[in-house]
Design a protein around this ligand. Structure first.
Ligand SMILES: [Zn+2]
Ligand SMILES: [Zn+2]
Length: 243
């Protein structure tokens, strides 16, 4: 008796490790070696934005309690190790199959957070970025995530009306400034009194999530949470004194 059907044998995504390409014989996406070194974000995290924390503080250097439009954010991985190249391949290398890989861990993170959520939105790209990249990686994540978490995805409603430079290239102040007025809703009623989770690929300072949350709260959303695959601690502030 054959253990694998020909389709499974040739399905490179499910049966090779997403990091090292080694053959694996289950659907875990990673071989045991690579899995053991993945930077899961499950130790101490910032109480607001969910970034990995080192040291005694409850909040990271970016976050001050009571100063955000979103309630809390979560992420599955810390921006470290093999996750850096995986995320790069996902965002810029057309490795769309990684949406399924990341979404599986995001669904886990979501279940562990024990939230009651009504609906999901994906962080949008501007029309210009979408044309350039050909796909919105956050929407791919949100679609896979919604399948796993059995939640409705509200598509094409939250839009990015301002084309901004890549956020990674900006400092904190520039990020806030560049994202002002960047998001809009084509129809707000659907969010009224709802608890919403915003799905994005990477969170750095939380500015994108905060702007989206502000837009949703203006439409009378009840609560807004964020969930990203990866949480990147801003390298520009690493090693500096906390404010
Ligand atoms: Zn591997
Ligand atoms: Zn934080």
């Amino acid at each position: 008796m054959s253990l694998f059907t020909p389709t499974q044998l040739f399905d490179a995504h499910k049966f090779t490790c997403a990091v090292c390409n080694k053959d694996i014989f289950d659907e875990k996406y990673f071989c045991q070696n690579c899995f053991n070194t993945l930077p899961f974000n499950n130790a101490k995290t910032c109480k607001l934005c969910g970034s990995k924390l080192v040291g005694e503080n409850d909040y990271c250097a970016h976050c001050k309690p009571g100063r955000s439009f979103y309630e809390k954010a979560f992420s599955s991985f810390d921006y470290d190790g093999d996750i850096i190249s995986l995320m790069y391949a996902f965002k810029y290398g057309n490795a769309k199959f990684l949406a399924e890989v990341f979404a599986k861990y995001m669904a886990n993170t979501y279940l562990n957070a024990d939230l009651k959520v009504d609906m999901v939105v994906a962080a949008p790209l501007s029309v210009k970025s979408l044309l350039k990249r050909g796909y919105n990686q956050s929407l791919l994540l949100a679609q896979s995530f919604c399948n796993l978490a059995n939640l409705p995805l509200i598509k094409d409603n939250l839009i990015k009306i301002k084309d901004t430079v890549q956020q990674e290239k900006l400092n904190n102040y520039e990020r806030r400034k560049s994202l002002m007025g960047a998001f809009a809703l084509t129809e707000g009623k659907v969010f009224e009194n709802k608890i919403i989770i915003v799905i994005d690929d990477v969170k750095t300072t939380g500015t994108t999530l905060n702007r989206i949350a502000k837009t949703l709260k203006k439409a009378k959303a009840k609560r807004v949470y964020g969930l990203t695959a990866v949480s990147s601690r801003d390298k520009t502030i690493t090693g500096t004194k906390r404010r």
